[in-house]
Design a protein around this ligand. Structure first.
Ligand SMILES: Nc1ncnc2c1ncn2[C@@H]1O[C@H](COP(=O)(O)OP(=O)(O)O)[C@@H](O)[C@H]1O
Ligand SMILES: [Mg+2]
Length: 353
C-alpha cells in the first residue's frame, strides 16, 4: 500500500546540509498498522512528510495505493491537481493537533470538505458522521479550547478521515497525551484500521505504542531503516535491536566463564507448554531465569526469557538444540563458544552455495 524506494531527503540551509533520509526502502502492506520507531533526529518526521509529499524528496520514489506520487508531483513549486487529488486520500494526524481555535469542532472537520468542494448540507452531514465515528458527536458545537487533549486528537483524526482516505499517517499523535488517553486514542486507531480497512503508518518514539497497536514495525537510525518486519519476524531475528527493546529481558549478563546465557523467544503454542521444566528434567540441568517478559502482540502471546545454564556453550549444545527443536528462537548471549560455533558454521554455509 505504501512503498518508498531509495528515498533520500537532504535539507540545504545556507551553511550546511543535513541528510535526513539516506536511502529508505519502506513497505507497508494494505490494512496493516505499521510503526516507525527511532530516536529524535532519526528522520521519522521527514519520512512521513515525504510519504504524502508535504516535503519533496531529494531523490527516490513514493508509491501510495499504486500511484507514484513523486511522478505526480511534477517539477513546479505548486502541487499538481493529480497530486492534490491523490493526497486527499491520505489522512494525516499531528502531535499538536493543528486545530483552528476560531472554528467549532464541526467546523474543523468541515475544513477539508470545503477544500474538496462539498456543499454545505453534505459537509455538515459528513462532519457529524465522522464525529460520531470518533465518539465526539455531542461536542460538535464546542471549540477546541473546551476539549481535553484526547478529545482534540479525536477531532484531528475525524478531520484526517474527511477525504475517505485509504491511508492514515500519524506523526507522534499520542506523544502529547497522558498514558490513559494514549491508550484510548490508540484503540480508536486500531478500530478504524479494522472497521474501515485503513492502512496506518504511525511514527512514534515509544515502544509501548508499537506493542499496543502495530502489526509490523521499522526501526530508523540516522536516516536509514535499520530493521523492519512483523513483530513476530523481528522476535525471530537473532540480534534484533527492536525485538530486544520491545521485550527487554534484563541487563548485560555476567561475563564469567562457566555458564551459558541464552535468550529464548516463545510464541504461538510454545507459550502454553512447560518447555523449561521439560528441559531441566530431560537433561538434568539447573536452569536459572535471569529475566523475562510476556506480552500480547496483535492478539498473540509472545514471551522472551533470558536463562542461564551451567557450563560452557559446548556443554549445552544438546539442551539448546532441544529448545530450537520445540520451535523456540534461541540466541546465545554468552558462554564463550558461540562465536567459535558461528565461525565453524559459516564455512559450511558458504560451501553449500
Ligand atoms: N526543515 C528542515 N531543515 C533543515 N533540517 C531539518 C529540517 N527538518 C528536519 N531537519 C533535520 O533532519 C534530521 C531528521 O529530522 P526529523 O525527520 O524531524 O527526525 P525525527 O522526526 O526522527 O526526530 C534532523 O537532523 C533535523 O534537524
Ligand atoms: Mg519527528
Amino acid at each position: 500500500m505504501i512503498t518508498t524506494t531509495d528515498l533520500t531527503k537532504v535539507y540545504r540551509t545556507r551553511d550546511r546540509e543535513v541528510t535526513a533520509l539516506d536511502g529508505v526502502n519502506l513497505h507497508v502492506q494494505e490494512g496493516e498498522v505499521h510503526g516507525v520507531i527511532g530516536q529524535s533526529g532519526a528522520g521519522k518526521s521527514s519520512l512521513i512528510r515525504c510519504v504524502n509529499l508535504l516535503e519533496t524528496p531529494t531523490s527516490g520514489t513514493v508509491t501510495v495505493d499504486g500511484r507514484d506520487l513523486t511522478a505526480l508531483a511534477g517539477r513546479g513549486a505548486r502541487p499538481s491537481a493529480a497530486l492534490r487529488q491523490a493526497r486527499s486520500r491520505i489522512g494525516m494526524v499531528f502531535q499538536h493537533f493543528n486545530l483552528l481555535s476560531s472554528r467549532t469542532v464541526r467546523g474543523n472537520v468541515e475544513l477539508p470538505l470545503e477544500i474538496l468542494g462539498l456543499g454545505r448540507a453534505e459537509r455538515r452531514r459528513k462532519a457529524l458522521d465522522l464525529l460520531d465515528l470518533v465518539g465526539l458527536a455531542p461536542h460538535a458545537r464546542a471549540h477546541p479550547a473546551q476539549l481535553s487533549g484526547g478529545q482534540k486528537q479525536r477531532v484531528g483524526i475525524a478531520r484526517a478521515l474527511a477525504g475517505d482516505p485509504k491511508v492514515l499517517l500519524s506523526d507522534e499523535a499520542t506523544s502529547a497525551l497522558d498514558p490513559e488517553t494514549t491508550a484510548s486514542v490508540l484503540a480508536l486507531l486500531r478500530d478504524l484500521n479494522r472497521q474501515l480497512g485503513l492502512t496506518v503508518l504511525l511514527i512514534t518514539h515509544e515502544m509501548d505504542v508499537v506493542k499496543t497497536v502495530c502489526d509490523s514495525a521499522s526501526l530508523m537510525r540516522d536516516g536509514r531503516i535499520a530493521e523492519s518486519g512483523t513483530v513476530r519476524e523481528l522476535l525471530a531475528t537473532p540480534g534484533s535491536a527492536l525485538a530486544a527493546a520491545l521485550f527487554p529481558v534484563g541487563g548485560p549478563p555476567p561475563e564469567d566463564g562457566d555458564r551459558t546465557v541464552v535468550d529464548v523467544t516463545f510464541h504461538g503454542a510454545a507459550t502454553g507448554r512447560p518447555l523449561i521444566s521439560q528441559l531441566a528434567r530431560t537433561y538434568h540441568v539447573d536452569v536459572s531465569i535471569l529475566g523475562a517478559a510476556m506480552d500480547t502482540v496483535g492478539g498473540a502471546q509472545i514471551g522472551r526469557m533470558r536463562i542461564e545454564l551451567p557450563g560452557r556453550f559446548s556443554d549445552n549444545v544438546v539442551p539448546i538444540g532441544f529448545l530450537r527443536e520445540q520451535g523456540l528462537a534461541v540466541e546465545v548471549v554468552t558462554g564463550a563458544a558461540p562465536a567459535d560455533a558461528q565461525a565453524s558454521a559459516a564455512p559450511t554455509k558458504e560451501a553449500t552455495r
